[in-house]
Design a protein around this ligand. Sequence first.
Ligand SMILES: Cc1ncc(COP(=O)(O)O)c(C=O)c1O
Length: 383
Amino acid sequence: MHTYARSETAFARGAGALLFDAEGKSWIDALGGIAVNALGHGHPRLVTAIADQAAALIHTSNLYRQPWGEQVALRLARLSGMNAAFFSNSGSEANETALKIARKYQQQQGRSDRAAFVALEQSFHGRTTGAVAVTHNPKYREPFGPLIGPVYFVPPNDVDALRKAFESEPCAMILEPIQGEGGLRVLDEAFLVAARELCDATDTVLIHDEVQCGSGRTGRFLASQWSAAQPDLVTLAKPIAGGLPMSVVLAAEKLEGVLVPGDHGSTFGGGPLASRAALVFLEELEKGLLDTVQARGEQLRDGLEALAAKHPLVVERRGRGLIQGLKLERGASDVVRECFANGLVAATAGGEVIRLLPPYVITEQQLSSALEILDAVLTKIEA
Ligand SMILES: Cc1ncc(COP(=O)(O)O)c(C=O)c1O
């Protein structure tokens, strides 16, 4: 089906933060398959683990113990401070699960009338019917109605509007601590704390969607770990299995027992192949990769701040760690196209933002080169 507006380019192979086409032309990959390839391309430990596991056992189903998945769950608990994990295969599915947990929790409390959700303007939570219902862009949502709801959309960082939305006595609130598709907006600490306080006061479930901003991308395992406000549920996907499909909902103690056997499931979720890959990714994070992300994130911040100061087309730098970009005073797609023509893979976000989501293993030199290409492209387009 014609659901994607694809570029004509097909990449043939990759190495670290570099991509190559069949003719050997190379690009610096500052997109990582949209926040997926955190270990870059062809990471030796990841490749070996996947090959070993593929030879030993690819899939067994959740009718049997999943020893690799158990190890991943333990590591996720350690890294996140959360209590329980449910595995699935995409960000949308993880959000779908989180919405279901919230609904069941309210029913268990005798509040089955509490069906509403609070979400944010410019949010993106995925394409399944539940996830798209709490996604703001009407273009993604309206052709598929009627969807679950009601859903009250609040402008990000508007605490007064948030208070008003909570008068609906919602079931759950869902937010991205850093909005990805919506334009790399970092939510204010005051807003995150207000959301937590309102959820506490009304026993509303707080879901942090960290599918794009989480799993170490900000230099801490969860973007929420930069805040005093902790979620009840957090969803992760994209890089969590180094490029194989995997997602997870992590639950705090209060919600860990809501789902019981038979309530929910996934044929592939937490299977041996993806779990083995996830274990390599999490081991690399704990072996020092989080520090690398912080260092590269600072380099990127300084470089982008310099570009923002230099180029009249740029309104501001946005984001944190290795989810950063530049907001332009108009649409950014020609800049992204020109970057591509000059050997740099990036993307837009929210139309006017140039979005960079490089692999965590991008080198200092590669990141400098990426910033130089962006600088030259902005200079050319401004002229
Ligand atoms: C914040 C966020 N949530 C959910 C999703 C959906 O993830 P998936 O495409 O894996 O279903 C995305 C994908 O871009 C996302 O950025």
